[in-house]
Write a protein that binds this ligand. Structure first.
Ligand code: APR
Length: 234
């Protein structure tokens, strides 16, 4: 049964764009300058670990140069002030939601500030460079890799995400192109369970037609306004 107040929020690279982090599919985005098959597949890691590790080292380093924007801040404010649960399901691997103060976050595509042991599957907080062959502090194997869900791998916590969607009264999608599944299918899953759906994005996305309401513009303007609107409700 939907909780009359639970909100599930999916975020994508667009929510971090105004903080200065590149998106993936814009004209000058990450996938315009790097081939996915070179840096974001298990085969790439097996073929050229140094290139893959370096790609994520550079993105991890970039985190130190950016700060959350008004959209991240507004979602943290919503979580603090809203009467029901607020869950952020982010496709982003940056830590800007955490740094804005959000607490209930699922990084379904992994995190830059984490390392995954390919031998024992443990995940370790990680900052700084992560060279190939780095030793796992849990099992001692030289098998640490970036904790990024590559194309062809299974996103994290899918069961928990689907349960949250089933129990929500509102699903909002912010700053994502709707190009990659399973995240791109959440709106249809929500609709099929009678959950209200809203898209906040710079421009219409691949999934816009599935949303009850679509608002287009920069997240740093749209998201604070939306949060103000929600919190003004009786
Ligand atoms: N405000 C709101 N939306 C924005 C802004 C902004 N300032 N800038 C860009 N956008 C929107 C774009 O219009 C686009 O729809 O953000 C979206 C970014 O789309 P992508 O670059 O495809 O990023 P994302 O949707 O997060 O990609 C999903 O694909 O490659 C994989 O794992 C990667 O998590 C990523 C997934």
């Amino acid at each position: 049964m939907p909780d009359s107040r639970a909100i599930v929020i999916l975020t994508g690279a667009g929510i971090s764009a105004e903080s200065g982090l590149e998106t993936f599919r814009s004209a000058d985005g990450l996938w315009a300058n790097h081939r996915i098959e070179d840096v974001c597949t298990p085969e790439a890691l097996a073929r050229d670990a140094a290139l893959v590790h370096r790609f994520y080292d550079l993105r991890r380093e970039a985190l130190a140069t950016v700060v959350p924007n008004a959209a991240h801040d507004a979602l943290a404010r919503l979580e603090r002030a809203w009467a029901g649960d607020v869950l952020i399901v982010t496709q982003n691997v940056d830590d800007l939601h955490e740094r804005a103060g959000s607490r209930t976050i699922i990084h379904m595509h992994g995190e830059l500030n984490s390392a995954l042991c390919a031998a024992c599957d443990r995940r370790e907080p990680w900052s700084g460079s992560l060279p190939p062959g780095a030793v796992c502090p849990s099992c001692g194997a030289p098998r640490l890799r970036p904790d990024i869900v590559f194309f062809g791998e299974i996103p994290y916590q899918m069961e928990r995400i689907e349960e949250a969607l089933a129990g929500a009264s509102l699903f909002a999608s912010i700053g994502t192109s709707g190009a990659v599944y399973p995240a791109a299918g959440f709106v249809r899953m929500a609709r099929s369970m009678g959950v209200e759906t809203l898209e906040l994005n710079l421009e219409p996305s691949a999934g816009s037609g599935w949303f009850d309401d679509c608002r287009h513009g920069p997240a740093s303007l749209l998201v604070p306004r939306w949060v103000d609107e929600l919190l003004a409700q009786p």
